[in-house]
Design a protein around this ligand. Structure first.
Ligand code: ANZ
Ligand code: ZN
Length: 810
């Protein structure tokens, strides 16, 4: 591979050098991770893709390219790097395609995988392909099924027959996490309710740990916040209200026991069991029954939304007693109270709760102020804090203190206790579709539900003739008699297999573990390899998984921790989200809008290194940014200039002092920027350096060029490998140690400059006194303040006044 003579006039031709070096890296196995190295380990993981028929679009590559820079740089910096890739291949699109064409999902999936793998290789992504996994491979899903059996053994998988979310288009049940704004996360159809026998995972048993362990993670705040809210821990109390003249009591859940003196009525969820029990005592029974029937048809989201008019029905002839003051209050059913939260019953305080207030106004119910802020009586409803008023012996007490005082007092009289409730619900885990992992259970009339013995795993997904979902709540598997009918592993009698399949989230809930030991036929992952590699040091992917994949995987990981299969409490130590790539018009890229940019076209025209450099340069990694083919040309030009600079200056002996100082400064900056995932400022710094070097060509020596190539290699691997060899080096550039900057050469002055948006000052940044335009602009775009201002807007013009200001016109 060595070059004898280097021709100064040779053109930069990515289409020639890129395939050449890709072949070389593959043949020399240079991206393989070792399981037993003396080096420190670094596990950097990309969220593995669904192998869609459309292939990858440029948005996928933004994250992959970024994480690939980290992988390549860490290898050079002396780490044993695990950077694997695989396929999350179960799911509806392949199945829908099978329904349409009759082609087996397996066949179409494999074809898609081949295509995407080709795209990834074409981009020079340095995955260790020897560890490739596919969630639909029986040798893989054997372990997905094994984990299910462990959950089942521990009572964490149970059968239930409650009404669940049902997508009328996908014809399958859905988990709460898959219902987004009332619609199916997959197809967007409005989700309904259906009573269905199903398998449910007890994620609620882990609610506290899922919440507490968030604290130790280096994750984006907004994802942590979303998980926290989804788990929704509320500390409060249950308070008992007696029903006048009857045995029954109403148990309410409240987070505001301090407002008990302001409770003027009680509201039950329409599905509350007391409604049925009190039926005969309710004077207006017919009216109540018809209200309840109508409410049961509605979706939760519709019921609790604040905009809609509250409705309800009063139970004539029934009253409850407020335990704090003995007052008789009315009892209602209203659909703004949900059965599946708290106790399904609410003590209504219209003075301090908006929903109760609206309801009380509508039905003319009493409103008593009981919390008063320091500034005097507030306009009602007032939801803030203050001192108690109209609250008997508790008057004057601060509300926070009153919460526990009132509960203690009621507790002594047997009518209250402290409790905690969660918004998190158990995970509805069965799907009535074909293309998923079979649930390894057998139903026997005599023995009940019996697990498939571990040594019979994998329980293979049989081939069917019809992939159509039946819509009856049974999966297509139910129609295959010779698969369904089996013998009971316990008693040997005739029995039937469970025909539901697992949701698309199953395989991805543990895949990061299989990369550590992909061919292990005896264990999910060997103990040694797990200990060596876990946790994932850097996980890169889209933010859309905030409460789906990322919550499910954490839950399974904790179960695996409890059974001793893994040694860390959490799977993903550091997480970073990629901002999406919008189309040139600022809209979401989509086939129907015809604005999708294909990485194949970009690589064909400009080369993979240009695609990488452009995507890294287009803006802060975590921000949504619009594509611009014009700027792609800019990145291509930049690489061409690097090419010519190296060829032209290759024979210069020594660098001038200023070049030397600048290249060490560049070194310092690039090391720091990669660490902080600030790829855009890194590329800008390369551009600045290049500008300077081109103006001083005779002072650019081989030492500076070598350093420049080493630094640029993780970003633009192919061109750097070629140039490195051109300088007469026999070994791969990636076999070189990551260079360290000479601290003595780094001393420099900094200046402060103003950043404006449309002429208004929004921030100040401190930059190196000799930073040029590109670098200054990149740094400005990357501050938290400016990021917020620029989010999703198009920059029309950028004005740079050296040493003073930058103005973005949007
Ligand atoms: C009295 C009260 C007074 C309340 C007040 C709030 C403000 P979080 O914080 O989300 O847990 N609630 C309880 N169960 C409910 C259900 N099944 N459906 C609808 N609302 C329910 O909310 C807890 C509060 O939501 C509880 O505290 C209860 O109203 C209501 F000034 O009790 B509160
Ligand atoms: Zn049996």
């Amino acid at each position: 591979m060595e070059k004898e003579n280097c021709d100064k006039n040779e053109e930069y031709r990515p289409s020639v050098i890129e395939p050449k070096w890709q072949k070389f890296w593959e043949e020399t196995k240079s991206h393989r991770a070792a399981d037993d190295s003396e080096k420190p380990k670094f596990y950097n993981l990309d969220m593995f893709p669904y192998p869609s028929g459309a292939g990858l679009h440029v948005g996928h590559f933004k994250g992959y390219a970024a994480n690939d820079v980290v992988a390549r740089q860490k290898r050079m910096a002396g780490f044993d790097v695990l950077h694997p890739m695989g396929w999350d291949a179960f799911g509806l699109p392949a199945e829908n395609y099978a329904i349409k064409t009759g082609i087996q999902p397996e066949i179409s999936t494999n074809k898609n995988i081949e295509n995407i793998k080709r795209q990834m290789k074409m981009a020079g992504l340095s995955y260790d392909w020897s560890r490739e996994i596919n969630t639909t491979d029986p040798e893989y899903y054997k372990w997905t099924q094994w984990i299910f059996l462990k959950l089942f053994e521990r009572g964490l998988a149970y059968e239930s027959e409650l009404p669940i979310n049902w997508c009328p288009k996908c014809l399958t049940g859905l988990a709460n996490e898959e219902v987004v704004g009332g619609n199916c996360e997959r197809c967007g159809a409005p989700v309904g309710k259906k009573n269905l026998r199903q398998w449910v995972l007890k994620i609620t048993a882990y609610a506290d740990r899922l919440l507490e362990d968030l604290a130790g993670l280096d994750w984006p705040d907004r994802i942590v916040e979303m998980q926290r809210n989804w788990i929704g821990k509320s500390e409060g109390a249950e308070v008992k209200f007696k029903i006048k003249g009857l045995e029954e009591e109403i148990n309410v859940f409240t987070t505001r026991p301090d407002t008990l003196f302001g409770c003027t009525y009680i509201v039950l969820a329409p599905e509350h069991p007391l409604v049925e029990k009190l039926k005969d005592k309710i004077a207006n029974r017919a009216a109540v029954e018809s209200y309840v029937k109508a409410a049961k048809q509605k979706m939760d989201l519709e019921r609790i939304s604040d905009v809609k008019d509250k409705t309800g029905v009063r139970f004539e002839g029934i009253t409850a007693i407020n335990p704090v003051n003995g007052r008789e209050i009315s009892v209602w059913a209203a659909d703004y109270v949900l059965m599946n939260y708290g106790t399904g019953a609410v003590m209504a305080v219209p003075s301090h709760d908006c929903r109760d207030f609206d309801f009380a106004k509508k039905y003319n119910l009493e409103i008593i102020e009981v919390i008063r802020p320091e500034s005097g009586p507030a306009e009602l409803p007032y939801e803030g804090g203050g001192a108690l008023v109209n609250s008997g012996q508790f008057d004057g007490l601060d509300w926070e203190e009153a919460k526990s005082k009132i509960i203690e007092w009621l507790k002594g009289r047997g009518s209250a206790r402290k409790t905690v409730h969660y918004k998190l619900r158990d995970w509805v885990f069965s799907r009535q579709r074909y293309w998923g992992e079979p649930i390894p259970l057998i139903h026997c009339d005599k023995c009940g539900t019996v697990p498939v013995p571990e040594d019979q795993l994998p329980l293979r997904l049989p081939q069917v003739e019809k992939y159509q979902p039946t819509g009856t709540g049974e999966s297509p598997l139910a129609a295959i008699a010779d698969w369904v009918n089996t013998v009971c592993p316990k008693c040997g009698g005739a029995a039937k297999r469970e025909t539901n399949t697992m949701p698309q989230w199953a395989g991805s809930s543990w895949y990061y573990l299989r990369f550590l030991d992909p061919a292990n036929g005896k264990e999910l992952v060997s103990k040694n390899k797990e200990k060596y590699w876990m946790p994932v040091d850097l996980y890169v992917g889209g933010a859309e998984h905030a409460v789906l994949h990322l919550l499910y995987a954490r839950f399974w990981h904790k179960v695996l921790f409890d059974i001793g299969a893994v040694s860390t409490k959490e799977p993903f130590q550091k997480l970073r989200n990629i901002g999406i790539v919008l189309a040139e018009d600022g809209q979401k890229m989509s086939k129907s809008k015809g604005n999708v940019v294909s990485p194949d076209d970009i690589v064909k025209e400009f080369g993979a290194d240009t695609l990488r450099v452009y995507e890294l340069f287009m803006g802060p990694f975590d921000q949504a940014i619009a594509w611009s083919t014009d700027s792609v040309r800019g990145s291509r030009k930049f690489l061409g200039r690097v090419w010519h600079l190296v060829l032209e200056c290759a024979d210069n002996k020594k660098s001038g002092d200023e070049i030397l100082r600048k290249v060490h400064k560049l070194n310092q900056k690039i090391s720091g920027d990669i660490e902080q995932l600030k790829f855009n400022t890194a590329i800008a710094a390369f551009m600045e350096f290049l500008n300077f070097a081109e103006s001083e060509k005779k002072n650019v020596g081989k030492d500076a060029l070598k350093r420049l190539i080493l630094l640029l290699a993780p970003f633009a691997p192919h061109i750097c490998e070629e140039l490195w060899r051109n300088l007469g080096n026999p070994e791969s550039v990636f076999a070189q140690p990551w260079p360290m900057a000479d601290q003595n050469l780094l001393k420099e002055d900094t200046i402060e400059i103003i950043v404006q948006i449309n002429g208004k000052m929004r921030d100040k940044i401190s930059i190196s006194a000799d930073a040029g335009e590109q670098e200054a602009i990149a740094i400005a775009k990357d501050t938290e303040t400016i990021k917020k201002w620029l989010d999703r807007s198009q920059i029309k013009k950028t004005i740079f006044v050296s040493g003073r200001l930058i103005n973005f016109v949007v």
